[in-house]
Design a protein around this ligand. Structure first.
Ligand code: THG
Length: 879
């Protein structure tokens, strides 16, 4: 026996021998005699390109390539998985993982990152544990956090792939992640990103790959066979010039890396290439991209396995369209592809996972539905919950209001964006409406009554509508008087309804002056309504000044500032409670006194500059000949021509509430929520005509005179018909818009263009209808799109004017009223006179705003030196 062992040691390099149960000391003594002590034989070890789960090893070199990595067990890549993860439904995620394996995945990418949660580390550990026991395929651990990767590796009983490292912050990520990868013998995905961002060209991708290769193989001793490069790709759906060739560069990058760095592997997230396209088009584009990437040497692909269409099965025409796009073979490839697939529906896809509400009682389900914005079926749960609790008021106070409070808290913490809050409010409204059928005979279920209005002269009410939505759905009775409401109507309504408080909103500095006016009126009339104010032009300091009806006397019931709808709600909750209200009034007055009492803190003071009339001389330039003199309406405008001018970033971030998000969460929000919604709304707008783009514009003879732009009649060049005084910078370059026009003294008339664009009043009407119908989110989205479409239309008109004047890229700046160089909104009246805004259904309000709200006007300056400037800032003056 001992001799046999020696043979094993000598011929096969066994490093350790011994005995356990059944062996005796004699046997071990014989073994020691036979073998003795000898140094362990170093065995030649060739690292194999294999990964493994607990039960299965998988060759990274699949034949045929590629190795399929299932993409869907990813909270950033699947709505369903995110839902499951948010409710800690690990079994649900295991089911998705099994499905991916059944559909043909060799391995699974696993990611549980979410902005809604902070426990990614624990979640991934849990999920990895479950998956290891329930799914045969090896795992790709996808996280940006080193400690998340560390715990997952420790949990995993196989050889995993770490996804991923990069050089976005130099060596930091490598240094954070590599020690764990090495300790656990994992393979590593390295993305070709460095401090300059995602490498765009094949050469740059190779260069970044070389650097990473050197560091991880030489310094950390990673085998090239365990190093998998991801050459990353950008979506082709943007059509942006900069990215037209990105798929080609990605494919070329694979070819270069496979050639230049022997032994390493390559991987790609295929679906990225087709984000933003319709699902049918996506499948085809993905398939074509995958085909070409594999031909270039791609080893592994992250995909939705059942969505992979064999290249040979794609109809020739579709293949051609997709190849045109992927291989950048023609400039109109994107448009042709979109047109071809427009309206094509998926046959059947995406079964819905297990319902997270299984096993919940009615109260718990109500909470879940409100938090997760699921209004379908909420009425049945109200019926059940009322039956269970016996008292509808209980259901309101103990179930619905706490759920809405949680929504508000999450919004406050930046975990929810506004449209989602509105969808929760929609669910809430449906629940409350049902609840009201039980409440008919009960008195006093309202927490209080609020009279709400946007002040006189102001046409903006999206913010006020939000306040209405939140208060209504938190148990208050709201009388919403709409926009442009005069002070006396507000007060009359408050008296009539015996209001608990008055809420006032204003967007503009000019109209916000209605607020102190209202407070003065209330004070002199001896009224007792607390006032809450808010809106874009309002801040806490303004509210503090508004609180005081004269130097010493505060308006006794109080004036309070609410920065958003939820602060308004929290104020109301204190106002309806007598003790908390006294405390609130007292501290508000004290704070205001302290703030206003401090010297030099009159927050509204604009430094009084002596009027400056002289600027630097502006060089003379050739005058562009206008195509006509006077005013015209642009021929009927097709919305499809306006969409390319839409500023999506402003729409999504500012108007649709996405500004709090970044990175993956922001990307996911765009592709999962905003882009599909935008496309649907654009289609709808074209069909039912709720956006009606109209433009009036004109060219006039004009001159500068001091700080004034003087406009002359197109028919009689001698007759002055309008004069626009503009402010001049008091310091620095002393710029003033009037300078960009030939002076009167030159004896020649210059030319100025004016434009006014609107998308019509139906947009406003639609927003209001939706709001009234409780479709809060849709109303909010509609409003945002209509405002931004008006901006896009302004850009469209502007481009047209520049073209007609024959101006180059950088020439022909557009100035709208309300901006620093052109601040005086009352000049809208002059513009109205010049262009006859009424001809396209626009009028100017008493506050000098346009009605309908989705209207904007501008003047266009052809002078090549014209630039945007601010007035009194001390730093850089570019606006
Ligand atoms: N490289 C590496 N890792 C990656 C990526 C990569 N991990 C994540 C991602 N990119 C790959 N995973 C996905 C997952 C899903 C989708 C795309 C890429 C996807 N999801 C649908 C969508 O957003 O339209 C799903 C919608 C839904 O069901 O909710 O397309 O590039 N190393």
């Amino acid at each position: 026996m001992a001799r046999a062992l020696r043979e094993m040691v000598e011929t096969f390099g066994v490093g350790l021998v011994g005995g356990c149960c059944g062996t005796t000391p004699e046997h071990l003594a014989a073994t020691v005699r036979e073998i003795g002590r000898r140094p362990a034989v170093a065995r030649p070890m060739k690292p194999l390109p294999l990964i493994a789960s607990m039960v299965r090893a998988v060759d990274l070199h699949q034949d045929p390539a590629p190795l399929i990595v299932g993409e869907r067990v990813n909270t950033l890549g699947s709505r369903k998985v995110k839902r499951l993860a948010l409710t800690d439904d690990y079994d649900g995620m295991v089911t998705v993982a099994r499905g991916q394996m059944e559909e043909g995945a060799h391995a699974l990418d696993v990611c549980v990152a979410m902005t809604e949660r902070t426990d990614e580390r624990e979640m991934l550990r849990q999920l990895v544990k479950k998956l290891a026991l329930n799914v045969e395929g090896p795992l790709v651990l996808d996280s940006t956090e080193a400690d998340v990767i560390k715990d997952a590796l420790e949990q995993y009983p196989g050889r995993a792939i770490v996804n991923s490292i990069n050089m976005e912050n130099g060596r930091a990520r490598i240094e954070a992640v590599m020690p764990h990868a090495i300790a656990h013998g994992a393979a590593v995905v390295a993305m070709t990103i460095d401090e300059e961002g995602m490498a765009k060209t094949a050469e740059r991708k190779l260069a970044v790959a070389r650097t990473i290769h050197r560091i991880v193989t030489e310094e950390y001793g990673l085998a090239p066979e365990a190093l998998i490069f991801d050459t990353l790709t950008f979506p082709l759906s943007t059509g942006e010039e900069e990215f037209v060739r990105s798929a080609i560069e990605t494919i070329e990058g694979i070819r270069l890396i496979e050639r230049e760095l022997p032994g390493v592997l390559t991987i790609l997230g295929i679906s990225n290439v087709s984000f933003g396209l319709n699902p049918v088009a996506r499948k085809i584009v993905n398939a074509v991209f995958l085909y070409h990437a594999v031909r270039a040497g791609l080893d592994m692909a992250i995909v939705h396995p059942s969505h992979v269409v064999p290249f040979a099965e794609i109809p020739a025409e579709e293949r051609e369209l997709a190849e045109d796009l992927v291989l950048a073979r023609r400039p109109d490839a994107l448009a042709r592809l979109i047109a071809f697939f427009e309206g094509r529906e998926e046959t059947n896809d995406g079964a819905t996972g297990p319902d997270p509400m299984i096993g919940m009682g009615p109260a718990e389900r109500l909470h879940h539905r409100i938090l997760h914005r699921k209004k379908e079926g909420i009425e049945d749960d109200i019926d059940l919950a009322v039956a269970e609790a016996g008292d509808p008021v209980d259901v309101l106070n103990n179930v619905l209001l706490p759920a809405m409070k949680e929504v508000g808290d999450k919004f406050g913490a930046g975990e929810l964006i506004l449209p989602f809050v509105l969808q929760s409010a929609e669910a809430m409204k449906k629940a409350v409406s049902r609840l009201e059928t039980y409440l008919e005979k009960q008195e006093g279920v309202t927490k209080g009554t609020v009279v709400l209005a946007t002040v006189f002269g102001d046409v903006h009410d999206i913010g006020k509508n939000l306040v209405n939505t939140i208060l209504t759905n938190n148990g208050y009775t709201v009388h919403d008087l709409g926009k442009q409401v005069p002070v006396n109507r507000i007060i009359d309504k408050a008296v009539e309804t015996n209001a608990t408080a008055i809420g006032l909103s204003a967007l503009l500095v000019s109209t916000s002056k209605q607020m102190p006016l209202c407070v003065q009126e209330l004070h002199h009339g001896g009224h007792r309504f607390p006032v809450i104010i808010g809106g874009a032009a309002i801040n806490r300091a303004y509210a503090q000044r508004t609180l005081f009806v004269d130097e010493q006397t505060p308006y006794e019931p109080g004036v309070f500032y609410a920065k958003d709808a939820f602060e308004g709600l929290s104020l109301m909750d204190r106002i309806v409670d007598a003790t908390r209200r006294d405390e609130l009034v007292r501290t508000t007055v004290e704070t205001a006194r302290a703030a206003l009492g401090r010297p030099g803190r009159t927050a509204f003071s604009v430094p009084a500059e002596a009027a400056v009339t002289e600027g630097a001389t502006v060089r003379r330039v050739d005058l562009p000949p206008p195509p006509f003199w006077g005013v015209r309406e642009m021929e009927p405008i097709d919305l499809d021509d306006v969409w390319p001018c839409l500023d999506l970033k402003t729409l999504f971030r500012l108007h649709w509430g996405g500004k709090g998000l970044k990175d993956e969460a922001w990307e996911a929000l765009q592709r999962n929520e905003f882009l599909p919604r935008l496309r649907a709304m654009q289609e709808a707008a074209k069909c039912d005509g709720w956006l009606q783009p109209r433009v009036r514009y004109g060219y006039f003879p004009a001159n500068g005179e001091g700080n004034d732009l003087v406009v002359y009649s197109p028919d009689e060049e001698e007759r002055e018909i309008a004069r626009f005084p503009f402010p001049r910078q008091p310091r620095r370059d002393r710029l003033c818009l009037a300078d960009y026009f030939l002076p009167v003294s030159s004896g020649r008339r210059d030319v100025v263009a004016f434009q006014i664009v609107t998308v019509g009043s139906e947009a406003t009407a639609r927003t209001e209808r939706l709001q009234a119908a409780g479709e809060y989110a849709e109303s909010f989205f509609s409003h945002g799109l209509s405002v931004q479409t008006a901006e896009g239309l302004a850009e469209y008109a502007h481009q047209r004017i520049r073209r007609e004047l024959g101006l180059g890229e950088e020439q022909g700046k557009r100035y709208s009223w309300g901006y620093p160089s052109c601040p005086d909104l009352s000049q809208h009246l002059l513009l109205d006179r010049l262009l006859d805004a009424g001809a396209i259904g626009v009028r100017v309000t008493e506050g000098y705003q346009f009605d309908p709200e989705q209207t904007t006007a501008a003047l266009v300056v052809h002078h090549p030196d014209a630039r945007y400037f601010a007035l009194a800032r001390t730093g850089g003056e570019e606006d």
